[in-house]
Design a protein around this ligand. Structure first.
Ligand SMILES: [Zn+2]
Ligand SMILES: [Zn+2]
Length: 227
């Protein structure tokens, strides 16, 4: 197999557990050396979002709790949003190297194999973004991991693109998402997992959480590649 990042040939490490897991064999298309650049988030950080902190809850999450006091949202990220991850995201998302979605296919498949019965909802992309990029980076990550998802949210066109705004501007804009037709019935009483590629300020995720929590889910959490 060829590594999608450094293009060297490598032998994927296949465990006996994955062979006998009764699901299609999914391996990440990334060599051990490239993979070792990315640091997994360890236990012991913020109880809500896993960010490194010496307290129970990080300052970001305390601010979100003040804004959404009834929210039960929790985030389960895999990797730290390190410089290496920023570079990877830039290649994948902004330079449009779509095939890179297979770099973390196994990690994503493993995470979702333990989430039986949950409704998986990707964070949507504005259609103008989608047309420019040609793919939704979140959906591609899920497809690479053979994860079934439901597009229950959409993002109508906005005047200014999110990443061209400053952090302050991003935190102040109004709800960018809408529920799709039939979303309420799909969400009510179910375990929901919202999925995004990265989580930085939490603003994007909490806009989605706000809409989903209005539909009375049983539980709600978020998954992202990096935090
Ligand atoms: Zn490599
Ligand atoms: Zn936190």
């Amino acid at each position: 197999m060829e590594c999608l990042q450094c293009h060297q040939k490598f032998c994927p490490h296949v465990t006996l557990k994955s062979i006998f897991s009764f699901r299609p064999l999914i391996v990440s298309q990334q060599c051990q050396l490239c993979r070792s650049q990315f640091e997994e988030i360890s236990n012991g950080g913020c109880l809500i979002c896993s960010k490194e902190t010496t307290k129970d809850c990080c300052a970001d999450c305390l601010a979100w709790q003040a804004k959404y006091p009834n929210s039960t949202f929790k985030l389960e990220p895999i990797f730290k949003y390190s410089e290496e991850m920023k570079e990877w995201i830039a290649l994948y998302k902004f330079k449009g190297h779509r095939a890179l979605c297979y770099c973390f296919a196994e990690e994503i498949a493993n995470y979702f194999s333990n989430q039986h019965g949950a409704v998986v909802i990707p964070i949507p992309l504005a259609s103008s973004r989608y047309q420019k990029r040609g793919f939704n980076q979140v959906e591609e990550l899920l497809k690479a991991g053979s994860v079934t998802y439901k597009k229950l949210l959409n993002k109508p066109a906005q005047t200014m693109e999110q990443n061209k705004k400053s952090k302050v501007e991003r935190l102040q804009t109004s709800q960018p998402f809408q529920l799709n037709l039939g979303a309420i019935a799909c969400i009510r009483g179910r375990d929901i997992i919202l999925v995004d590629d990265i989580y930085t300020t939490g603003r994007t995720m909490y806009w989605a959480v706000e809409l989903i929590e209005q539909c009375s889910p049983k539980t709600i959490k978020g998954f992202c590649l990096a935090r």
